[in-house]
Design a binder for this molecule. Structure first.
Ligand SMILES: Nc1ncnc2c1ncn2[C@@H]1O[C@H](COP(=O)(O)OP(=O)(O)OP(=O)(O)O)[C@@H](O)[C@H]1O
Ligand SMILES: Nc1nc2c(ncn2[C@@H]2O[C@H](COP(=O)(O)O)[C@@H](O)[C@H]2O)c(=O)[nH]1
Length: 206
């Protein structure tokens, strides 16, 4: 199925800077909408239900899995995270550009459902910098940081599966690269896509 809106999927090891980059993109580009995931992890810091995540119990998460409510879901750093299928489909069908910040397992699942999704991987410049960003962020206990760093090697080994890789060394440079990818995707056959969307509408195809 082809949709008028674009779907961007950003993955990275924890601490590489994907949330910071996506947040900055959203501030600059009102056509991009964030997707809010469901998670079984507890809120941290100032996080709010419905803003950073929908914080749900394991039972609520199971019910969504059973109801086929997720386009993708995965176990990440000891918790479960998933993306609501309905929320994504409705918005890209209306022509919105939606951006997902998820792990590599979820990103590869999304591509199986939405073949046109643009997969972007963010890399830190070095292991030392990745550790130091997680430590400087000051939101995770030392054992959580160690777990995230152990998982980072497997995540980074998947970078080649993605359409684009951005190295987040200088923040402004990485943000420029992310903006360029979004812009280039919008320039791909926009007229044809709009025409197809209009035809779908005229034929009442949902
Ligand atoms: N280019 C950069 N240079 C220096 N620090 C950075 C850069 N990009 C992000 N940071 C900082 O690194 C820390 C981790 O960034 P962020 O929280 O965006 O990572 P993340 O990939 O979203 O992690 P998680 O998956 O755990 O949510 C933050 O404190 C952020 O301010
Ligand atoms: N497969 C999915 N992974 C997700 C989703 N939402 C977030 N994530 C990943 O979880 C880690 C940890 O996030 P944190 O907020 O606990 O630091 C993060 O790196 C994301 O890649 C999702 O819906 N699906």
């Amino acid at each position: 199925m082809d949709y008028p809106g674009n779907l961007f999927v950003v993955a990275a090891p924890s601490g590489a800077g994907k949330s910071s980059l996506v947040k900055a993109l959203l501030e600059l580009d009102s056509r991009v909408q964030p997707s809010v995931s469901h998670t079984t992890r507890a809120p941290r810091g100032q996080e709010k239900h419905g803003r950073e995540y929908f914080f749900v119990s394991p039972q609520e998460f199971d019910a969504m899995v059973q109801a086929d409510g997720f386009v993708e879901w995965a176990h990440v750093h000891g918790h479960r995270y998933g993306t609501s299928k309905k929320m994504i489909e409705e918005r890209i069908a209306q022509g919105a550009d939606v951006i997902l910040e998820i792990d590599f397992q979820g990103a590869l699942q999304v591509r199986r459902v939405f073949a046109n999704a643009v997969l972007i991987f963010i890399l830190p410049p070095s292991w030392e910098e990745l550790r130091s960003r997680l430590e400087r962020r000051g939101e995770d206990a030392p054992e959580v940081i160690e777990l995230r760093l152990r998982n980072a090697a497997e995540e980074m080994s998947q970078a080649r599966e993605f359409d684009f890789v951005i190295i987040n060394e200088l923040f402004e440079r990485a943000l420029f690269d992310l903006k360029a990818i979004v812009h280039a995707q919008r320039l791909k056959f926009p007229a044809q896509r709009r025409a197809r969307a209009d035809t779908f509408k005229a034929l009442n195809i949902t």
